[in-house]
Design a protein around this ligand. Structure first.
Ligand SMILES: O=c1ccn([C@@H]2O[C@H](COP(=O)(O)OP(=O)(O)O[C@H]3O[C@H](CO)[C@H](O)[C@H](O)[C@H]3O)[C@@H](O)[C@H]2O)c(=O)[nH]1
Length: 623
C-alpha cells in the first residue's frame, strides 16, 4: 500500500511542500482513481488543501471520500474551463468586488433605439404574419431551473395554473402555443410541411423530477416526447472567502456546498448538448428563450420573430415600458470612454448606481411619460442560430459572471455566509463583437408581460402604480389581454371593474380564454369574431377548438364551446345565465390549496352553457 502511495505521489509530482499541506489526502490517495488523483492535484494547486483537513485514516468513511471526488468531477465538467477556471474567475471577481469596482465603470449609459410596436397596426400585423411563417425554423428554450423563492410556492412554477377559468398550467399553455405555431407555420408552406419545433427545458436538481413528471403524466401535453429535451443545470461551488476557498457543506464535511449559478447556464448547456448543430443541420434559423411564468408571452412572439427576421437581428430582446425601480433590467446603450458601445440589459440593482455615477443625480426615475426611459427587459431573447453557434464555439457558452457577497463589515475581509458566482442568460451579448446586430423590440405590457414572481404579502407592498407580478395580477392580465384583443377586433367588450384581492387592486375584465390553436395572431382573432358580438363584464367565455366562429353572439353569463379540429362551428344568439362568480378568499386560509390562496379568489361555477362538437363538418349553434 505504502509503495503504491509513493508511486502515485511521484506520478502526480506533488512536491514536498504540497504533501505537507494535505497529509490526510496523501494517506488516502490509494482510494482514488487516476482521474480523481488529477483532480486532487488541481485542487491543491488551487490552494484548496483545507478541503482535506478533516479526512480520517484510510478505512474510515472511504465511500464518502470517493463520493466527494464524484462531486468534484461533476463540478469540474459542468463549468466551461473546469473548476480551475471557476476558482480563478472567482478570485478575480471577488477582488473587484472588494475594491468596489463597478462592471460598468468607464461606460456611460444612454437610452438606445429599437423597434417599438403598437398592437394591431399594419406594421404589427405584417410582422406577425412574417413571424408565423418563420416559426417552423425556430427552436424554443424554456429556462425553468429556478426555485421561485420570491413566490414561495412549494411546487414548480410551470405546474401553476396560468388562469383558473380553465385551470391550464403554464407548461400546457407553452406547449400548446408552440404546437399551434408549428401548425400555422406549416400551413403557410406550399404543399405543407411536417416540421416539428423543438422545445428544450432547462431544469435543475430543484425542478427536474417534477418537470419530467408533469410532462409524463400529461402525455407531454400533445407534443411528441422526442420533440422535448430536458437539460439539467448543475449548481456551482460556494466560496468561503476572498481567496475563493471552496465551502464545505455544514452538515456533511465530505460535500462541497453548492448554489444555483443562474439562468446564464443555458448557453453552456445548449452548446455541450450538441443540439445547436443538430438544429442547424435541420435548417433551423432561430432560438427563442423564455421564462417560466409569463402567460402573455406567446401573444408577443410572432411579431417579435417578425422583427428579428426583417431587421436581421442576431440578438433581439423583448422589452416593455418599465416603471423606475421595477425589478426588471433596463435595456441600455453603454458607451465606453474608449469608444466601444454595446446594447445590453443592465440589471435593476445596477441601473440606479450606474446612472447616479454618470451625472443623473436622481438615478433610476420615471421621465415625463410616467415610465423609465430605459425599456424593461422581459428576458425573452431571440437569437439567430448561426451567429450564436459561431460565438459559442469561441466561448463554449461561458457567460460574463458576477458575484454578490454579503460582507461581515466594511473591511470586506469576510462574508456573512458563503457566496458563489452567478450568470444571467441576457448577458450573452457582452462578448459579441461590435459588428453583431443587437436590437430589441418593445411591446405594450398588457400584451407581452405578466409574470408570477411575488407572494401575496410582498405584492401588496409594491408601490402604487408598479406592477404586482403576483398570481392575482398574472391571471387578471390574461383576461385583460384577451378582452382588449377582442375589443380591438370589433367585439363590444364591457369595461372592467376595479376590485381588490389579497390587498391588490386589479382591473377585472370578462374572463375570456381561448386555446392557442384558436388564435395565435391578431389576424386569427379578427377572422373568427365580428363586430356584432358583445360580452358583459361578469361573463366568462372559454373557446376550446380551432374552427369556432363567433357571429352575432351576445354573452351575459358563462359560455363554453368545445369542438374537434374537423368541426366548423358558428356560434350566435343570446346567451344569458347566472355564470361564474369570483369568490374572494384570504391567502392565509390554509384550508385551501396554495395555488388558489395565492390568487385571493376562487371561481364559483354557478351556471353555464356548454356546447360540444365532436363530429366533423359544419355546425351552427344558435342560443
Ligand atoms: O439558476 C437559475 C435561476 C433562474 N432560472 C430561471 O430563470 C428565469 C428567471 O428567473 P427569475 O424569475 O428569478 O428572474 P429575475 O426576476 O431575477 O430576473 C430576470 O427576469 C426579469 C423579467 O422577468 C428581468 O428580465 C431580469 O432582467 C432578469 O434577470 C425563471 O424561469 C427561472 O426558473 C433558471 O433556470 N436557473
Amino acid at each position: 500500500m505504502a509503495s503504491l502511495v509513493a508511486e502515485k505521489l511521484s506520478e502526480i509530482q506533488i512536491g514536498d511542500d504540497m504533501a505537507s499541506t494535505a497529509p490526510n489526502l496523501m494517506k488516502n490517495l490509494s482510494l482514488l482513481s487516476p482521474d480523481q488523483v488529477e483532480l486532487a492535484k488541481m485542487l491543491l494547486r488551487e490552494e484548496q488543501s483545507h478541503l482535506f483537513l478533516h479526512w480520517p485514516e484510510p478505512g474510515v468513511d472511504d465511500d464518502k471520500k470517493r463520493d466527494f471526488f464524484e462531486q468534484v468531477s461533476r463540478l469540474n465538467s459542468s463549468y466551461p474551463g473546469g473548476l480551475i477556471a471557476y476558482i480563478q474567475n472567482s478570485r478575480k471577481l471577488l477582488a473587484d468586488s472588494k475594491a468596489g469596482k463597478n462592471p460598468y465603470d468607464g461606460f456611460t449609459p444612454s437610452v438606445p433605439s429599437g423597434e417599438i410596436l403598437t398592437f394591431g397596426d399594419d406594421n404589427f400585423n405584417m410582422l406577425e404574419e412574417a413571424g408565423v411563417k418563420e416559426a417552423r425554423k425556430a427552436a424554443f428554450v424554456l429556462v425553468a431551473g429556478g426555485l421561485g423563492e420570491r413566490l414561495g410556492y412549494k411546487g414548480i412554477k410551470l405546474a401553476l395554473p396560468l388562469e383558473t377559468t380553465t385551470g391550464r398550467c403554464f407548461l400546457q399553455h407553452y406547449i400548446e402555443s408552440i404546437l399551434a405555431l408549428q401548425e400555422a407555420s406549416c400551413k403557410l408552406v406550399q404543399g405543407g410541411c411536417n416540421s416539428e419545433i423543438p422545445l428544450v427545458i432547462m431544469t435543475s436538481d430543484d425542478t427536474h423530477a417534477p418537470t419530467l413528471n408533469l410532462l409524463e403524466s400529461n402525455s407531454y401535453f400533445g407534443m411528441k416526447p422526442t420533440q422535448v429535451n430536458l437539460l439539467k443545470q448543475e449548481k456551482v461551488a460556494c466560496l468561503d472567502d476572498n481567496d475563493a476557498r471552496l465551502a464545505l457543506d455544514l452538515n456533511d464535511k465530505f460535500k462541497i456546498q453548492t448554489k444555483p449559478h443562474g439562468h446564464g447556464d443555458v448557453h453552456a448547456l445548449l452548446f455541450s448538448s450538441g443540439l445547436l448543430n443538430k438544429w442547424h443541420n435541420a435548417g433551423l434559423r432561430w432560438v427563442l428563450f423564455f421564462q417560466d411564468t409569463n402567460g402573455l408571452l406567446f401573444k408577443a412572439i410572432p411579431a417579435a420573430l417578425g422583427v428579428s427576421l426583417t431587421r436581421e437581428y442576431h440578438v433581439n430582446s423583448l422589452a416593455v415600458p418599465r416603471k423606475a425601480k421595477e425589478a426588471i433590467g433596463g435595456i441600455t446603450k453603454l458607451t465606453h470612454a474608449d469608444g466601444r458601445t454595446m446594447v445590453i440589459n443592465v440589471e435593476y440593482n445596477q441601473l440606479d448606481p450606474s446612472l447616479r455615477a454618470n451625472g443623473h443625480a436622481d438615478g433610476d426615475v420615471n421621465c415625463e411619460t410616467g415610465y423609465s426611459p430605459f425599456p424593461g427587459n422581459i428576458n425573452q431573447l431571440i437569437l439567430e442560430l448561426q451567429p450564436y453557434i459561431e460565438e459559442l464555439t469561441k466561448t463554449q457558452g461561458a457567460i460574463a459572471e458576477f458575484v454578490n457577497p454579503k460582507y461581515k463589515d466594511s473591511s470586506k475581509a469576510s462574508f456573512k455566509s458563503s457566496t458563489r458566482l452567478e450568470c444571467m442568460m441576457q448577458d450573452y451579448p457582452k462578448t459579441l463583437p461590435p459588428s453583431a446586430r443587437v436590437g430589441f423590440t418593445v411591446m405594450e405590457t398588457w400584451l407581452a408581460y405578466a409574470p408570477v414572481k411575488n407572494n401575496p404579502e410582498d405584492a401588496a407592498k409594491v408601490p402604487k402604480g408598479n406592477p404586482y407580478h403576483s398570481a392575482t395580477s398574472g391571471e387578471m392580465a390574461i383576461y385583460r389581454a384577451n378582452s382588449l384583443i377582442m375589443k380591438k377586433a370589433g367585439v363590444e367588450i364591457a369595461d372592467p371593474v376595479v376590485d381588490e384581492f389579497n390587498a391588490q387592486e386589479v382591473e377585472v375584465w370578462p374572463r375570456i380564454t381561448w386555446s392557442p390553436k384558436w388564435a395565435i395572431t391578431f389576424a386569427d382573432v379578427k377572422k373568427k369574431v365580428n363586430e356584432k358580438c358583445s360580452v358583459s363584464q361578469r361573463s366568462t367565455m372559454i373557446i376550446k377548438g380551432q374552427n369556432i366562429v363567433l357571429d352575432n353572439l351576445s354573452l351575459d353569463g358563462t359560455l363554453i364551446v368545445h369542438a374537434i379540429d374537423e368541426a366548423e362551428v358558428q356560434v350566435s344568439g343570446c346567451v344569458q345565465n347566472k355564470g361564474w362568480l369570483l369568490e374572494k378568499i384570504d391567502f392565509k386560509d390554509s384550508s385551501l390549496p396554495q395555488e388558489t390562496r395565492m390568487r385571493g379568489f376562487k371561481i364559483q361555477k354557478v351556471e353555464q352553457l356548454e356546447v360540444n362538437y365532436s363530429e366533423p363538418g359544419k355546425h351552427l349553434f344558435r342560443a
